[in-house]
Ligand binder design. Structure first.
Ligand code: ZN
Length: 577
């Protein structure tokens, strides 16, 4: 966490509206006092993502993501905490206080690098438009690339020879060193030189839409055909997908995503109205990228060339995908006819026919896997044994136990061989849960906390014995007692305790958001919860050992609670709730 003064953070939050921030990505509909929409963090068909405009907190009941405005910008848009604060402060017209712990030099260096990369992209676009860009323009025209795509995706040109970047940025030692750091110049025996020369340029952006690097395609003959920015502090090839920031929202809306091989495929699809393509940056797709893909869409289509190299690439993708597969994910594989790519097919057949291929010609991942195994293993009894063995090792990488079992049965069926090893490994290797579990609350505690956070005035009316309710829960206890003191300090009933707690206990923000956004706890339920909490508290004390003098009133009270609960249940039935 960076060190912004708390009062400043309060001011930033108070002047921002989380609904505005989220509504840019999620279509929200009113539902009671909250807003509901399809969760941008996991794929779903009916809304479980709730936003509370009053409390300025969001929570997803499907995947458990939750928090405030800063969290959303960090989790969804990829901001760092200081960046999220600065972004909102700037929008609200607030001056950001200088943070002594952050090096201003470093910050300036970051900002300068992004500025430089953005300016370079503009300069390349301009070069594409003027006379030196004629060859590149002719190529784009021949590929049928419309002007709006060329503009929106930041296509450009870098002229032949050296000196282009220096013409844009100047030629002093400091500038050259900076240009080298962002990957635009290289340092050779005779000084600095332009990395990209006489190439058609593709601007590559990060999740936030900032320019971080470039891909350059050779015009005419020459090697390599595609040259990318080198790895820099800003450009990490294995973390990026071409088209991500441009297509994130349209992919979620269309609930469709196609992974293609290259930049021109992404753009060719976009030119035909299919803004759902993503491509890795010239390397085989990695696990991190596949994870991002599944976060955007649960049924992506991975398309590959139909030739041998394409099949090998598909198999590699499948191997990387196996640890991430879950029963609710349904990726498909599409092999394109030999010699064709999405762009050429779209030109020849149009968008509808291509869509038809995506739907009808693609095969589910399991089918693709079985076919691939057969092909690898070959014919006869030997082949079946090889297939079983290979399947066994691959199955061991799967983390979804049910899916692994289902797939294993399919292989056993196909080969007639019982897979021993996979079964053994499975019992030795119980599914590791990858999620960090928040502190365990039982259903009563969960609803009880929700009842207080939703209506903090209830805190003021709690009996004294409520003080000890969470005494054994080291995580909730400080937050729970802080809620009491906040309530006592509060100037009026409108003091926003949920928001204050979320700020004082950042680790608990997701939990607090969940309490705020879940179904409202009505008064009868609250009374019943309070009795349950009291009963549990008494049972806990009995378990620890009570003296006889304490034990009798405790048992009496438990019986009374039971009676009161019965009355409440009757009332509940009468009100029809
Ligand atoms: Zn979710």
């Amino acid at each position: 966490m960076a060190h912004f003064p708390p009062a400043f953070l309060d001011e930033v939050v108070a002047r921002s509206d989380i609904v505005d921030i989220i509504a840019r990505h999620v279509e929200l509909k009113k539902s009671g006092s909250n807003l509901m929409g399809l969760c941008p963090f996991h794929h779903e068909k009916s809304p479980s993502f709730s936003v509370s405009p009053d409390k300025q907190l969001y929570y997803c009941f499907g995947c458990g993501q939750g928090g405030g405005a800063f969290q959303f910008l960090m989790e969804h848009d990829g901001y760092s905490f200081p960046e999220a604060v600065e972004y909102l402060a700037e929008k609200a017209g607030l001056e950001v206080p200088q943070d002594s712990e952050r090096s201003p030099v470093d910050e300036a260096r970051q900002k300068h690098a992004y500025d430089m990369l953005g300016r370079a992209s503009h300069a390349m676009s301009r070069a594409l438009d003027d006379e030196q860009g004629a060859k590149a323009r002719a190529y784009l025209e021949q590929r049928g690339m419309p002007a709006d795509i060329i503009r929106d995706y930041g296509l450009g040109y870098t002229p032949f020879g050296y000196g282009f970047m220096n013409k844009v940025f100047g030629n002093d030692a400091r500038t050259n060193a900076q240009l080298e750091a962002v990957g635009l110049l290289f340092k050779g025996d005779h000084g600095y030189g332009d990395r990209f020369r006489d190439r058609l340029m593709f601007t590559i952006r990060d999740r936030r839409g900032r320019v971080v690097g470039f891909g350059g395609r050779v015009l005419g003959e020459g090697e390599p055909k595609y040259l990318n920015s080198p790895e820099t502090d800003w450009f990490h090839k294995s973390d990026l997908l071409y088209g991500y920031s441009e297509h994130r929202d349209s992919i979620r809306k269309a609930r469709q995503l196609v992974v293609v091989e290259g930049y021109m495929d992404v753009l060719g699809m976009a030119a035909h109205g299919l803004r759902i393509g993503l491509a890795p940056l010239g390397t085989a797709i990695g696990e991190g990228q596949i994870r991002e893909i599944f976060r955007l869409c649960d049924s992506p289509v991975f398309s590959f060339d139909g030739d041998r190299a394409g099949r090998q690439a598909a198999w590699r993708a499948l191997e990387r995908m196996m640890p991430l597969l879950k029963s609710e994910l349904t990726p498909r594989f599409l092999y394109l006819p030999e010699g064709e790519d999405p762009d050429s097919l779209l030109k020849a057949e149009g968008a509808d026919a291509f869509q038809h291929r995506l739907d009808e010609d693609s095969t589910p991942v399991l089918e693709t896997w079985l076919k691939g195994l057969k092909l690898l293993a070959g014919q006869g009894a030997d082949g079946r044994a090889r297939m079983a063995k290979k399947a066994d090792t691959m199955l061991a990488t799967m983390t979804d136990g049910y899916l692994r079992q289902a797939w294993r049965q399919e292989v056993e069926h196909a080969t007639g061989i019982t897979l021993q090893q996979a079964r053994r490994r499975m019992s030795a290797n119980p599914d590791a849960s990858p999620d960090q579990k928040p502190p365990e609350l039982n259903a009563i505690e969960e609803r009880f906390m929700a009842s207080l956070i939703q209506r903090p005035e209830r805190i003021g009316h709690l009996p004294d014995l409520a003080d000890s309710f969470f005494i054994d829960n080291a995580f909730i206890s400080p937050l729970y007692s802080r809620a009491f003191s906040m309530k006592a300090e509060a100037e009026d009933d409108n003091t926003d305790i949920a928001r204050q707690l979320a700020q004082e206990f950042p680790d608990s923000q997701t939990m607090i958001s969940r309490w705020v956004n879940q179904a409202t706890v009505q008064n009868i339920e609250f009374k019943s919860l309070l009795l349950d909490m009291e009963a549990n508290d008494i049972r806990r004390r009995i378990k620890r050992g009570l003296s006889l003098a304490e034990s009798i009133p405790a048992q009496t009270r438990l019986r009374e609670i039971k009676k009161e609960q019965r009355i409440l249940t009757e009332q509940l039935h009468e009100t029809g709730a």
